[in-house]
Design a protein around this ligand. Structure first.
Ligand SMILES: Cc1cc2nc3c(=O)[nH]c(=O)nc-3n(C[C@H](O)[C@H](O)[C@H](O)COP(=O)(O)OP(=O)(O)OC[C@H]3O[C@@H](n4cnc5c(N)ncnc54)[C@H](O)[C@@H]3O)c2cc1C
Length: 597
């Protein structure tokens, strides 16, 4: 039997964005968090490198510099009002986290330590600035632990291992969500005045990815099926340094601590692509450079990987070449122990998955699908907006990686996602509670669970001619090859045909496990449907954008085209068809310029 629960605010997702929203909403409204994972297993927990905020603890820094770097990093597609809001709030937000108990790594005099990260610069000298606040290489883990403890302390209700499958919109406003309980196979209706999607990303569309298995884009898929557009889906970030073949992330902090990228000839090739910031250029720039080195035959031993070298000899050599200094002005020199103490988890990954010691040997890396810049369109209060005029859909909110505010535009800077989830998670929580306190519950329709029921029934009763694993593998391969770092019209069309074919074949799958408890075959199959829908939206959005900007690099249109394309894509999805529209980018202080690194 379908159970019904009632809360003022329902948050879908127990990651950083969801928990931050819950903490803030629960202060004034009856709040619950629904999460398909036990919250501590959310992907936020894997974030390594840091959270960016212009604290200026080790050298001069200003939130205005952070704003400009983010605008530039976004290749001018980010909305400048939202970026300024985020970078300004970031400073207080980091102190808030500190006061909530987050154990940041410290400077010798006890302040929050900071390190350099790609694209973060001193706007006067153009040199890298130490802006990333961190907790060794476990920053996300610490954020998640800290927020979860606070949520428990504040008695927030959690529905762990419930997977939201549908959003209910009645009379043009939020009415709640429908969720599938993994332990029992039952559907539950959550009647709510406001719902906040904080469901994370969708990197599982691609073959090599740093993303958790759970990153299947559920939130975006559920909302597009209910008529909400998806924004800027063509922009998906490839992180330059994933472990070769596995995709597991090697944080940019390794380069922040002095690690150098080398090709088969032992060249520090980033000098050619980004003469000023070299190995610490934006991720899109570094990923393309690695890709070009490999395709021009300079991969290690001719293979499809390069080296990331963080051995003390290499770090010290290039620190001397760069004239790199410590905050006190002395030359930057490291020992193996020092390197290992800054990146203990990375060292473990390398030992476990590669059998190498990064203090003695270089790490084999290749770019890995990492971060969704696009997602559910929102304003700075997390309110979902549904058209080119930014019309608000009352009671529906989104925050974190599933949302597109847009602060990352065409390319996200490292450390800016953790800022995003905390700042916008907080504001979504506050605003949703405020909205709920002034609104009535919408009436629930009789068949509130209808769509979810029909979807499950269909997955259980297909003719079984096709297998989930085959479709998933083919989708990932075609997306990695043709909707990856470099794109062409020919490749994108090939991918589009394939995705359409796979969506058709998906109609013929059948879940053979008829069990109710923890039927992962069923949830996997449903998630594949989400990934296929998002792959379709991504490819169609990418095909239409005939320019290169940020992470979207078209070989057939190699230049950025501000005259025609300085605008956000909105993609509406209906019965398998995608309709595109566009909305203007908000420009306040910074007119688009060429990006120079
Ligand atoms: C390996 C790695 C390292 C990273 N390092 C950094 C870094 O150093 N700095 C930085 O700024 N960014 C980093 N990022 C990016 C950043 O960590 C993520 O973008 C961010 O943590 C996402 O947070 P979130 O709250 O939006 O989603 P998540 O933390 O993934 O949480 C999503 C939640 O949604 C729930 N959920 C999903 N679908 C459903 C559903 N259908 N029903 C119910 N619940 C659902 C899940 O259970 C989960 O609790 C990194 C990312 C990765 C993958």
């Amino acid at each position: 039997m379908t159970q019904t629960h009632q809360f003022d605010v329902i948050i879908i997702g127990g990651g950083g964005a969801g928990l931050m929203a819950a903490l803030n909403a629960s202060r004034t409204a009856k709040t619950a968090v629904i999460s398909k994972l036990y919250p501590m297993r959310s992907h936020t927990g894997t974030a390594q490198g840091g959270i960016g905020a212009a604290l200026g603890n080790l050298e001069e820094d200003h939130y205005e510099w952070h704003t400009y770097d983010t605008v530039k990093g976004s290749d001018y597609l980010g909305d400048q009002d939202a970026i300024e809001f985020m970078c300004k709030e970031a400073v207080q937000t980091v102190y808030d986290l500190e006061h909530l108990g987050l154990p940041f790594t410290r400077t010798k005099d006890g302040r929050i330590a900071q390190r350099p990260f790609g694209g973060h610069t001193n706007n006067v000298t153009g040199k890298p600035v130490r802006r990333a606040c961190y907790s060794a290489d476990r920053t996300g883990h610490m954020i998640l632990q800290t927020l979860f403890q606070q949520c428990i302390k504040n008695n927030i209700t959690f529905f762990d291992e419930y997977q939201v499958m549908d959003l209910l919109i009645i009379n043009g406003a939020a009415a709640g969500v429908v969720a599938y309980q993994l332990a029992t196979g039952e559907l539950h209706i959550f009647h709510a005045k406001a719902v906040i999607f904080a469901t994370g990303g969708h990197g599982r569309i691609w073959e090599i990815t740093s993303n958790a298995y759970s990153f299947s884009g559920d939130g975006v898929a559920v909302t597009i099926r209910r008529g909400i557009p998806a924004e800027d889906m063509e922009f998906f970030q490839f992180h330059p340094t994933g472990i070769f073949k596995l995709g597991i992330l090697i944080t940019e902090a390794v380069r922040g601590e002095g690690g150098i990228l080398l090709n088969d000839k032992g060249e520090r090739f980033m000098e050619r692509y980004a003469p000023h910031v070299k190995d610490l250029a934006s991720r899109d720039v570094v990923s393309r450079a690695i890709s070009l080195e490999i395709s021009e035959g300079r991969g290690i031993k001719g293979g499809r990987y390069l080296y990331l070298d963080v051995t003390p000899d290499t770090v010290n050599h290039y620190a001397e070449v760069d004239g790199r200094t410590r905050p006190d002005g002395t030359p930057y020199r490291v020992t193996a122990e020092e390197i290992l103490s800054k990146i203990p988890d990375i060292t473990d990954f390398c030992r476990t998955y590669l059998g190498i010691d990064p203090a003695k040997q270089p790490i084999p890396i290749q770019p890995t699908a990492h971060y969704a810049m696009g997602g559910i369109p929102t304003d700075i209060y997390g309110r979902v907006v549904i058209d080119d005029k930014n019309t608000v859909l009352p009671g529906v909110y989104a925050a974190g990686e599933c949302a597109c505010v847009s602060v990352h535009g065409a390319n996200r800077l490292g450390t800016n996602s953790l800022v995003d989830i905390i700042v916008f998670g907080k504001h979504a929580g506050i605003d949703a509670a405020k909205y709920a306190n002034g609104a009535d519950f919408q009436p629930l329709p009789e068949d509130a669970a209808g769509l979810a029921e029909r979807t499950i029934a269909k997955l259980r009763s297909g003719d079984g001619k096709e297998k989930v694993a085959d479709i998933s593998k083919e989708m990932k391969a075609v997306m990695f090859d043709h909707v990856g770092i470099f794109r062409t019209s020919e490749g994108l069309n090939k991918a589009l045909d394939k995705i359409k074919e796979l969506r058709e074949r998906y109609q013929h799958i059948r879940v053979s496990d008829q069990g109710k408890a923890y039927n992962t075959e069923l949830t996997n199959a449903w998630e594949l449907g989400n990934l296929l829908d998002l792959a379709l939206v991504t490819t169609i959005s990418a095909l239409a954008r005939t320019e290169s900007r940020g992470a979207h690099a078209r070989e057939d249109y190699p230049n950025r085209d501000d005259v025609n394309w300085l605008k956000h894509t909105l993609a509406w999805f209906k019965d398998g068809d995608v309709t595109l529209g566009y909305k203007p980018v908000v420009i306040t202080h910074y007119q688009p310029k060429e990006r120079v690194y």
